[in-house]
Design a protein around this ligand. Structure first.
Ligand code: SF4
Length: 670
């Protein structure tokens, strides 16, 4: 669940609360709980906003209303009024009223609020500040008595600040939003960024080249030090910079949330701002969330609705800063791709949730055996799965794969039911990383896909708004003989897919298996069908299948090895201008099956070699960061020999010799 406060009275603070709420939902929050507050119009506003951004047909998100017994039994009313409990607001009038009342009146107001939340459609209430169980029961009984009649108490439930902001007018229509003019600081930042740091602009390339020629890209040396200290001084004066080395000024519209925010939040604001938009933890400063909103609104070109700037703010989720970069030059880190903008060398599909991995499979089995509630009730097994999901998300996985086919061997329906549960777990704990539904069963693929979008308005909406295919799930796999069944689902559900290059037709290539040309023809067939169904090339991941190196030895002369065919197929697909933009992916771990040792190193070498042919995605152990750490040269040589094993005596001999050497060396080592 996630918290949200509808009880903000400036437009920037309120809209930031709603935007952040949407981001929390996009990251997997399954319910909301409100901040405490005493303003029925604001409570209603939250429900209206939710209905507006998550239309009911996309499923609704449960809201728990926070009802606090505001009573002179405790010092809470005074503390909230005086701003001593950041984020909680009690107006002068409400404080005076509470102080003039009896405790029974306080209980009555709490009961009215419970009835109000029920009337507005809340899934429940969290009743706080209650000193005894008797009072708690009294509140609930009285709320039940009030029932649908809460509206007669509106006057007792409306204590806003002076000149409050409400997003909707009396008739339920949105009010016009502010249209600020960009500040001098913002205009300066935008210009400087465009001129020197926008990769689309020539200034970026010239600046990067200059820094590279001067040797500053190494992160050391006199030029680097001079540049770093100049940058620090300048950015301190301009942006209150605190030298994090992993700069988010572009994402935060030219404002620093390290120096500018009392808590140094990556994703400001928190919910502590006061009713007039000041920081609840330092009343001398305006909350940085307010300033970011105004800067974003200034990019909307005078529109009184959400335009480009506010839409960007609404969908931008900042990653945590990299602490290792502290005190280093953020500009150099950015120029040379060392900060959060660094792209994964490989689109990585985390492979850890796979029922055929013995330990994981056993835990999955034990978890399922716990019966009803197994996937929602805490247990060591569920914790284990949660850790697998979270660790892969933390490792930067682009997708988190789930494969449950081992459970479907005895009972196909069990794999379908379990996939639904696991998709929910990835949605809940995957921090927005989409699931890869990995199955040879079409029924499992379809069930997983539907579940990804079921009751998850945040995810679905985010996909539509962000228009980024990576947020949609990945289906692994579609083959030419299943494409007519699965691809039409694209009409209703956005997804990417792995096109597995296998066929039911008899292979006619050398050695009785598919030739490179046959595999390429399968790719073209899948590609053409995908285009007809509205996929973009970037949503297609071709898999030309991996064969273990240890047994990749042709039985007849003149027959190329499987690795050769796999790599050459990738090369051919990537060279086809018609298929520009498609991805090629492989299940990397298969390559090291049956090798005696150094499997991670061989995987690294396999990825590095395959990338030379055009591989840009892989089903991998995300912890190993394949594609970024260099592979040992002798292992690169080994994989290279298999990549070139075209069936000639010479190439076959070389691959055999290197493999024999590898096995000898590693047996000795063990
Ligand atoms: S400045 Fe930071 S800590 Fe203060 S209210 Fe805003 S977000 Fe919260």
């Amino acid at each position: 669940g996630a918290a949200v406060s509808p009880f903000k009275y400036t437009e920037p603070s309120q809209m930031q609360q709603y935007y952040k709420m949407e981001k929390k939902i996009a990251c997997g929050a399954e319910f909301l709980i409100t901040q405490v507050g005493w303003d029925w119009k604001k409570s209603l506003e939250l429900f209206r906003y939710l209905k507006e951004v998550f239309p009911p047909q996309e499923g609704s998100i449960p809201v728990i209303g926070n009802v606090y017994l505001l009573s002179t039994l405790t010092p809470a009313p005074r503390l909230m009024h005086d701003g001593k409990l950041p984020g909680c607001f009690v107006s002068d009038e409400l404080l005076a009223k509470v102080q003039s009342e009896r405790v029974d009146d306080h209980i009555e107001r709490a009961a009215q609020q419970v009835a109000m939340y029920k009337g507005l459609g809340a899934a429940g209430v969290d009743v706080g500040g209650v000193p005894t169980f008797e009072i708690f029961v009294k509140i609930l009984n009285r709320a039940a008595q009030i029932g649908a009649g809460w509206e007669q108490f509106k006057g007792n439930l409306c204590w806003p600040t002076k000149d409050p902001f409400y997003l909707y007018d009396e008739s339920g229509q949105r009010v016009p939003l502010i249209t600020p003019y960009p500040t001098f600081g913002k205009r300066f930042f935008d210009f400087a960024h465009w001129a020197m740091l926008d990769p689309k602009h020539v200034g970026f390339r010239a600046f990067k080249k200059t820094m590279s020629v001067l040797g500053a890209d190494a992160g050391e040396g006199a030029i680097y030090k001079l540049f770093n200290s100049t940058e620090k001084g300048f950015k301190y004066l301009m942006f209150d910079c605190e030298e994090c080395g992993d700069c988010f000024l572009p994402e935060n519209f030219g404002l620093c949330t390290m120096g500018g925010c009392e808590k140094g939040l990556d994703n400001a604001p928190c919910g502590d701002a006061t009713a007039d938009g000041h920081c609840g933890n330092n009343l001398d400063r305006v909350c940085t969330g307010e300033r970011i909103y105004e800067a974003a609104a200034s990019e909307d070109g005078g529109k009184m609705i959400e335009g480009k700037g506010r839409q960007r703010l609404r969908t931008t989720i900042n990653k945590p800063r990299n602490p290792a970069l502290r005190h280093t030059s953020s500009i150099i880190n950015y120029l040379f791709g060392k900060d959060h903008t660094m792209k994964n060398a490989l689109i990585s599909i985390g492979e850890s949730i796979h029922a055929s991995i013995p330990k994981t499979g056993q835990i999955m089995k034990d978890l399922h055996a716990l019966g009803a509630g197994a996937y929602t009730t805490p247990s060591p097994q569920l914790d284990y799965i949660r850790a697998l999901v979270e660790s892969q998300a933390n490792d930067g996985a682009d997708y988190i794969a789930v494969n449950l086919d081992a459970f479907g061997e005895q009972d196909p329906q069990q794999a379908v039911d379990m996939m639904v549960q696991y998709v929910r777990l990835v949605k809940r704990w995957g921090r927005g990383v989409p699931v890869c539904i990995d199955s040879s069963s079409d029924a499992v693929l379809v069930a997983g896909l539907k579940e990804w979008y079921a009751n998850a308005p945040g995810v679905a909406d985010h996909v539509k708004r962000g228009n980024e295919s990576l947020h949609a799930p990945l289906l692994n796999s579609i083959k030419v003989y299943t494409m007519d069944k699965i691809m039409p689902l694209k009409k209703d559900y956005d997804f990417s897919f792995v096109g597995l290059l296998v066929s039911e037709e008899k292979a006619t290539g050398p050695g009785g298996s598919h030739s490179v040309d046959e595999l390429y023809a399968l790719a073209k067939q899948l590609f053409d069908a995908a285009m007809r169904h509205g996929f973009k090339p970037g949503q297609i991941f071709f898999d030309s299948t991996v064969f273990p190196l240890a047994i990749d030895m042709p039985m007849e002369p003149g027959v190329p090895g499987y690795t050769y065919r796999t790599f050459e197929t990738i090369k051919k697909i990537k060279a086809d201008p018609r298929m520009k933009g498609v991805h090629c992916s492989l299940g990397i771990s298969n390559s090291v099956r049956d090798l005696p040792a150094r499997r991670i190193g061989v995987c690294r070498a396999y990825v590095a070699k395959a990338m030379e042919y055009g591989l840009d995605a892989g089903i991998v152990n995300t912890a190993h960061q394949y594609g970024t750490v260099e592979a040992p040269p002798e292992l690169l040589e080994l994989v290279d020999a298999y990549a070139k094993l075209d069936g000639s005596m010479e190439k076959t001999g070389k691959a055999m010799e290197l493999m024999a050497q590898f096995c000898r060396d590693n047996r000795k080592a063990s």
